[in-house]
Every structure is written in structure tokens, then in C-alpha cells.
Design a binder for this molecule. Structure first.
Ligand SMILES: NC(=O)C1=CN([C@@H]2O[C@H](COP(=O)(O)OP(=O)(O)OC[C@H]3O[C@@H](n4cnc5c(N)ncnc54)[C@H](OP(=O)(O)O)[C@@H]3O)[C@@H](O)[C@H]2O)C=CC1
Ligand SMILES: CC(C)(CO)C(=O)C(=O)O
Length: 289
């Protein structure tokens, strides 16, 4: 069994930590806000776990795997844990949304210590250590030794984890899903807002910009992805709350740059206009204050 440290046991990190403990791994939580245990309401029933909990990076010791599961805007502070946690054999899995997993951690670790992870697992943090996992999740990692080892780590859990030789495409496809979710965060309406034809058209435009930029970045994205993604929003449960919307409702910062700003930034590199994603960045930053 492996020794795993989770930096940022919120909705994603707390859920992953609890399932890893349930499957026998030794888990340490590296927390900012103290908590005593994990209580996860999962699709398979309640799951409790009592991992080792650290609040001081100075006492952290080397582990086999670090799971970095803070929001993208908290990476700089989270990196303070790495000095104690990362030893010669440690790998760091960056489990966040967006397409810049490696770039965000490049100032702190060599690329060969890092594994980018795409996760599709809707979960919401209700309180420190109290999480609602809305459905079973999946994770995707690049093929290779580290990816295979990471997938094996989760083999005993219901979180289906697999490797892919098309990670860039997978990451940009997930970003196409996430960029459209900005609408819910802006208008403070759950996913069912996509059932309005005018909103659906706006969301298709956001995704189309992401597809154009992703294709310029080397992702193999279909031109019918906007229709497919928005249809997914329109047929999903109308009360679905994505994590950016949850952040706004909770008064937390939003991952505006990681989920929409990156499309604008990368689009500019290729001379691709992205006015709709720029509009979402502008309005969400204004709403955030
Ligand atoms: N939630 C979801 O449904 C999904 C989220 N994602 C992505 O996963 C990533 C994580 O999201 P999510 O789990 O929802 O985020 P949460 O806000 O629920 O959890 C982030 C956690 O990181 C902690 N944290 C922040 N800074 C530090 C620090 N310096 N040291 C230790 N802990 C720290 C926070 O602590 P504190 O308690 O003090 O705030 C919080 O517990 C994001 O990139 C998100 O976009 C991807 C798919 C689905
Ligand atoms: C849409 C969802 C839940 C898919 O995992 C997501 O990525 C998020 O809310 O951040």
C-alpha cells in the first residue's frame, strides 16, 4: 500500500482521500482550515475516514504520492507543503481543472515529478471535511509509468482511473465543458439555465471558441463538440451546480483564469478571437469584486 498526502482536502481531495483510505492506503491530509475527519456522502452511501491531519508544512515528511487538489488560484501557497512531502521517489499528481497543470507547478517542481490529472467527479464541500459526492467519478492521466502507477493507486476504489495517449485532447475537451459552466456562475442559476435557447446559443459560442483554440494547441476536437456539450448541459439534472457556480455561491474566489481566461490567453497566441470568453472573464471578475 502507498503513502499518500493530499494538499487541499476539499470536495475533490477529500473525496479521493476517503476512497483511498477505504481501499487500504495510508493517507495524510495537509490542510489550511483544520478538520477532524472526513465524512463523504457518496452515491454508494456514507463514507467516513480518519486520516492523519497536518496543519504545519514544517512537520510534513516524504510520501509516495502527493495529490495537489487545491483550486488553481491557491497553488502558490499550497507549494509550501512540497518541501517536506517530496522525496527522491515522490510523484505529485496535479488534480485540477484547466489545461495548465504542469505550468502552474513548474516554478516549484521539475516536470518529471509531476503528473497532470483530468477529473470528472462532481462534488461539493459543505463544511471542512464534509463533502457531497454527487456521482461516481473518473480520472484520466497521460500514458506512461507514472500514469499507470497512479491508475493502480485507485484500482481499489470506484473512481475509474485510466491512461490516455491523447491527454492534450482530453484536457481541452474537459475545458470545453468547464468554460460553458461560467454562465451558471454569472447568472447564479444551476445547469438547467442551458435549457433556454438563448443561453444555449451563448454556451455554444463559448465552447466553439474553446474548440478553435484547442485545435490550434494540438487537441483533436470535433467541430460538433459545441452542440454535444450544450446538449449535455440541457439534458443533465436541472439543479446541477458546477464548482465555479458553487464557489460564487459560497463567496469564494472563482477559477476564472483557469477555466475561461486561458482560452483568451492561448487564443491571442494564435490570433484567434475569443470575445465571448473574454466577456465572461470581464463580467465574472467584476462580479467577484
Ligand atoms: N468540485 C468539483 O465538482 C470538481 C472540481 N474540479 C477541480 O478540482 C480542483 C479542486 O476543486 P475543489 O475540490 O472543488 O475545491 P475546494 O475549494 O472544495 O477544495 C480546495 C481545498 O484546498 C484547500 N487549500 C487551499 N489552499 C491550501 C493550502 N495552502 N494548504 C492546504 N490546503 C489548502 C482549501 O482549504 P480551505 O478549507 O481553507 O478553503 C480547500 O479545502 C479545482 O481545480 C476544480 O476546478 C474538477 C472536477 C469537479
Ligand atoms: C462539471 C464538473 C462537475 C465535472 O467534473 C466540473 O468539472 C466542475 O464542476 O468543476
Amino acid at each position: 500500500m502507498a503513502a499518500v498526502a493530499v494538499i487541499g482536502p476539499g470536495a475533490i481531495g477529500g473525496t479521493l482521500a476517503a476512497w483511498l483510505m477505504q481501499s487500504g492506503h495510508q493517507v495524510t491530509l495537509c490542510v489550511r482550515t483544520p478538520l477532524d475527519r472526513l465524512e463523504i456522502d457518496t452515491p454508494r452511501g456514507p463514507l467516513s475516514a480518519t486520516p492523519v491531519i497536518l496543519t504545519d508544512p514544517a512537520v510534513a515528511t516524504a510520501v509516495d504520492w502527493v495529490l495537489a487538489t487545491t483550486k488553481t488560484y491557491d497553488v502558490a501557497a499550497a507549494a509550501n507543503w512540497l518541501g517536506g512531502l517530496v522525496g527522491p521517489a515522490t510523484r505529485v499528481a496535479v488534480i485540477q481543472n484547466g489545461v495548465e497543470h504542469l505550468e502552474r507547478f513548474a516554478p516549484y517542481l521539475a516536470a518529471d515529478k509531476l503528473l497532470p490529472v483530468i477529473i470528472d467527479l462532481p462534488a461539493e464541500r459543505l463544511a471542512p471535511g464534509r463533502i457531497h459526492q454527487r456521482r461516481d467519478g473518473t480520472m484520466l492521466v497521460p500514458e506512461g509509468a507514472a500514469g499507470a502507477d497512479f491508475a493502480a493507486l485507485f484500482a481499489g476504489t470506484p473512481i475509474v482511473t485510466s491512461t490516455t495517449d491523447e491527454f492534450t485532447t482530453a484536457a481541452w475537451r474537459k475545458l470545453c465543458l468547464n468554460c460553458a459552466g461560467a454562465v451558471s456562475a454569472l447568472v447564479l442559476q444551476p445547469g438547467g439555465v442551458a435549457r433556454r435557447d438563448d443561453v444555449a446559443e451563448l454556451m455554444r459560442g463559448l465552447v466553439a471558441e474553446c474548440v478553435a483554440v484547442g485545435r490550434a494547441e494540438g487537441a483533436q476536437l470535433s467541430l460538433d463538440l459545441p452542440d454535444a456539450i450544450v446538449e449535455g448541459y440541457r439534458t443533465a439534472p436541472a439543479d446541477s451546480v458546477n464548482s465555479m457556480h458553487a464557489d460564487r455561491l459560497a463567496g469564494r474566489p472563482m477559477e476564472i483564469d483557469a477555466r475561461n481566461g486561458v482560452i483568451v490567453r492561448r487564443g491571442a497566441r494564435h490570433g484567434i478571437p475569443t470575445p465571448l470568453n473574454q466577456l465572461m472573464v470581464t463580467l465574472l471578475e467584476a462580479a467577484q469584486g
